[in-house]
Design a protein around this ligand. Structure first.
Ligand SMILES: O=C(CO)[C@@H](O)[C@H](O)COP(=O)(O)O
Ligand SMILES: [Fe+2]
Length: 220
């Protein structure tokens, strides 16, 4: 099943509750929340108080993408804020396996994200523990960037790796996704689609409808 995960990084923060209600009503199943620490990535986005408050405004799957160095320091806090799924970056962890276990032990879903230049082989010994792999299709840190073309091959190779091991791991893609390239991304094997600027710039309902109409083309 294809899932739409709007990234609230591009939402109107002065009307965040209203934007959350709009994506919810328009058919978003996940709410993608980007947390940036100004260290792992150049910018700083939002923290616990905003996340806690946003959580109370939606009952969708709260999908927290941590672009934070040494994320093990904050896992308990994000679980307490209501995260359903926590994604950490392989590049940001000294002990990736330990941090994955830490998240699983809290009873929430776990994802691992890879930057565009990070090879899939870093997942070799942890893939079977993961609920999701997030393929970054831009260098993380900002919304509204252009899709990096090599991501498509990476998604295809990851899909093969997952299928070869008979796993059911979700493949999420994030960065530069638009209605013009989403078919290619789905055909490569992704099933959870993050989109920020292409959902929140312009009319949210119309943008969501365009994505969901494309998803319908792939329903059996
Ligand atoms: O994690 C990130 C950016 O680092 C994303 O989730 C962005 O928010 C996606 O924005 P668009 O590229 O879709 O505008
Ligand atoms: Fe993200």
């Amino acid at each position: 099943m294809l899932i739409m995960a709007p990234s609230i990084l591009s939402a109107d923060f002065k009307n965040l509750g209203e934007d959350l209600r709009r994506i919810d009503k328009a058919g978003a199943e996940y709410v993608h929340v980007d947390v940036m620490d100004g260290e792992f990535v150049p910018s700083i986005s939002l923290g616990m108080p905003v996340i806690k408050s946003a959580r109370s405004a939606t009952d969708r799957v709260f999908d927290v993408h941590l672009m934070v160095n040494n994320p093990e320091r904050y896992i308990d806090d994000f679980v307490e804020c209501g995260a359903d799924l926590i994604t950490i970056h392989a590049e940001a962890c000294n002990h990736l396996d330990r941090t994955i276990n830490q998240i699983k032990d809290k009873g929430v879903k776990v994802g691992v994200s890879l930057n565009p230049a990070t090879p899939l082989c870093v997942l070799d010994y942890v893939l079977d523990k993961l609920d999701m792999v997030l393929i970054m299709c831009v260098n993380p840190g900002f919304g509204g960037q252009k899709y990096i073309e090599s991501s498509t091959r990476k998604i295809k190779e990851l899909k093969k790796m997952i299928d070869d091991r008979n796993l059911e791991t979700d493949i999420q893609v994030d960065g530069g996704v638009t209605v013009d390239n989403v078919r290619m991304i789905i055909e490569a094997g992704a099933n959870i689609i993050v989109a920020g600027s292409s959902v929140f710039n312009g009319n949210i309902e119309e943008n969501m409808e365009k994505f969901l109409a494309i998803f319908k083309e792939y329903e059996k």
